[in-house]
Every structure is written in C-alpha cells, then in structure tokens.
Design a protein around this ligand. Structure first.
Ligand code: ATP
Ligand SMILES: Cc1cn([C@H]2C[C@H](O)[C@@H](COP(=O)(O)O)O2)c(=O)[nH]c1=O
Length: 305
C-alpha cells in the first residue's frame, strides 16, 4: 500500500507531461479491479448478519471490513465529512473552503443527499416528505450517491480537483445500517455497488456528544425527519461511526467536535495537510501551508489599515 501511495503521488506530478502516465494509470486500474474482486469474494461467502435486533444499539456491526482500494488513482483528492446532525460539518467545510480559495487550489464542494438536481428531489422526499420504509430509505440514499458519484464526484476528481463532500457512504452505514438496524455490512455493500467502489482518500469524522450536537441542530429551527428521531437513534449512529473509525483508521480520522470552531478547524487543516503531503503535489502543499499560516496570523491592521 505504501508503494502504491508513492506511485500515485508521483503519477499526479507527472501526469501533464508524460504519456507513460496513461499506461501507469491503466496498471492502477487493473490493481483496483483485482482488489475489488478479492474484496467481493471475501464478503460474498458469509456476510455478517445482524439477525434479530432488539434495539438500535444491538445492530452496531463490529465485524472487520475487508479493505477496498482508495480513490488515489485519480489526480484529485476526495475528502468526506461525517458525523451526526449538528456536529459542525458544514461549518468546518466552509472553513476549509476558505483555505483552499486562499491557496488557489481547485475544489468542489458538495453534499449528500442533494449534490445533484436529481439528488435535490431525493433529498426533499427523504427529509421533508412523508414516512419512508427503512429499506426504501437506504435505496434512496444509495440512488442519490450513485448519481452524485457518477456525475459530480468522479468527474471533479478526474479534473484534479479537491472534492469536499458533506456526508458520504459512512452516513448510510451509521444511519441506515446501525440506527435503522438494516446491517452495516449490507448497507456498505449497497453503497460500494452504487459507487463502483469509490472510497474517500480521507474521511473526517466530527465526533460530539449527542446532547451537544442535538442542541446545535435544534437551535437552527425546524428539524428534518431524521433529526426528529429519538435519542437512542442518535446514540446508535454515533457509536457506529466510532466503530467505523476503529476499523479503518487510515482513512477515517476522528476529530473531537465538542471544542470551539477554531480548535476543530486547526485539527481539520492539519489532517488535510497530511493528505496533501501523501497524495497531493508540492505546489499544492506549499500553497496550502501558506494559506494556513496566513489565516492563523492575527490581523495586523484594522479595516482602513
Ligand atoms: N464547534 C462548534 N461550537 C459551537 N457551535 C458550533 C460548532 N460548530 C458548529 N456550530 C454551530 O452548530 C450549528 C450546526 O452546525 P453545522 O450546520 O455546521 O452542523 P452540521 O454537522 O453540518 O449539521 P447537519 O448535519 O445537521 O446539517 C450551527 O449553528 C453552527 O454555527
Ligand atoms: C448521506 C446520508 C444522510 N443521512 C441523513 C443524515 C441527516 O439526518 C440527513 C441529511 O441532512 P444534512 O443536513 O445534509 O446533514 O440525512 C442518512 O440517513 N443516510 C445517508 O446516507
């Protein structure tokens, strides 16, 4: 895996100059296919089943997931923000977007559900419509994701952009897999099928006490259909997010979101910097570091200098 990461970084740096890069990419594609097939084989035999569950938390699936290949084969970087309602994902994505603008790094900000026109309609059905049965809910989130990845995420990654998504497949595993008790592995498989195996390069899991995040979400006004679920639902999905982070520590980084916005943002930018070190270009790294250090400097002058 280490060699693979180094190769991909080198690949990005050379991509505009060298036709050999195309051949390398094909090799990476083959690697992906081989590993996806291996992964599919490893889960198709005996998929773990949650069985009969008596409550939300019982459905938290502790089985280890077989690793699947990351999105490193693209020149862009794929970053997802995850966590319960009101933990501060939107706030942190705004902060990071400001840094990327300052660094002149091309990025695409998006979200699930609702990152496309079709997804906007699905979002309305899911969050502001009537009752939706659990399996229909899981399929609608997966449909939103399939269309989003095919029409927004993959094209942006192929153009070399940094994609920041407010939620991705880990939300489905936590909300539908655990909190709705459909089974983490089944819901993960559904999303991987929908996205043809695309996982983020980095997932930032904002983790906050459910009472704190509930208060923050509530302070915004009218609650959507999922935000209105009882405390046990939110506790179960928080626990599943934490289980996912323990299972995939390389991809999913847990950030304590109970702290002030600035402290959380500083940790987030450190994680993004590490990702750029591993998989970005030297130009991106220099520009990002400069933007971070400028942003952390106190303003020397007032509005009129
Ligand atoms: N670290 C923080 N400390 C205090 N308040 C915060 C913090 N982060 C965000 N907030 C506030 O909490 C509210 C929810 O934040 P935000 O919309 O960023 O959360 P979210 O995770 O995107 O929520 P949702 O998933 O429900 O859309 C906002 O009013 C925001 O200003
Ligand atoms: C992607 C995704 C989302 N959800 C839930 C989580 C939230 O309650 C809403 C989205 O609202 P937000 O304001 O954009 O956070 O949908 C889910 O249950 N499953 C998913 O896959």
């Amino acid at each position: 895996m280490h060699h693979f990461g180094i190769c991909c970084r080198r690949l990005r740096q050379l991509r505009t100059r060298n036709h050999a890069v195309c051949r390398l990419r094909n090799a990476v594609g083959t690697w992906k296919v081989v590993h996806l097939v291996t992964w599919a084989g490893s889960v198709s035999g005996e998929p773990p089943r949650p069985g009969v569950v008596s409550g939300y938390a019982d459905a938290v699936n502790l089985s280890a997931f077989a690793p699947v290949p990351p999105a490193h084969a693209y020149p862009g970087l794929f970053i997802s923000f995850e966590g319960g309602d009101g933990v501060g994902k939107t706030t942190q994505i705004e902060r990071l977007s400001t840094l990327l603008v300052a660094a002149r790094i091309a990025y695409r900000r998006t979200r699930e559900p609702g990152g496309t026109e079709l997804g906007g309609q699905i979002r309305d059905l899911l969050l502001h419509g009537g009752q939706v049965s659990p399996r229909a809910e899981a399929l609608l989130y997966a449909a939103d994701r399939a269309h989003h990845v095919a029409t927004v995420v993959r094209p942006a990654l192929a153009r070399g952009e940094v994609v920041l998504t407010d939620r991705y497949l880990d939300s489905s595993i936590a909300y539908q897999g655990a909190a709705r008790a459909l089974g983490a592995q089944e819901v993960r498989d559904l999303s991987l099928w929908a996205t043809e195996g695309l996982l983020p390069d980095l997932t930032i899991l904002l983790d906050a006490d459910t009472a704190v995040s509930g208060r923050r979400a509530g302070a915004r006004g009218r609650r959507d259909r999922l935000e209105r679920e009882p405390d046990a639902f939110h506790t179960a999905l928080r626990e599943q997010f934490r289980v996912l982070a323990r299972q995939e520590p390389e991809r999913i980084k847990v950030v304590d979101a109970d702290r002030p916005v600035g402290e959380v943002a500083a940790e987030v930018s450190g994680l993004v910097e590490s990702l750029i070190v591993a998989h970005g270009t030297d130009a991106q790294l220099n520009a990002f570091r400069t933007a971070v250090s400028r942003a952390s400097r106190p303003a020397l002058h007032g509005p009129r200098g």
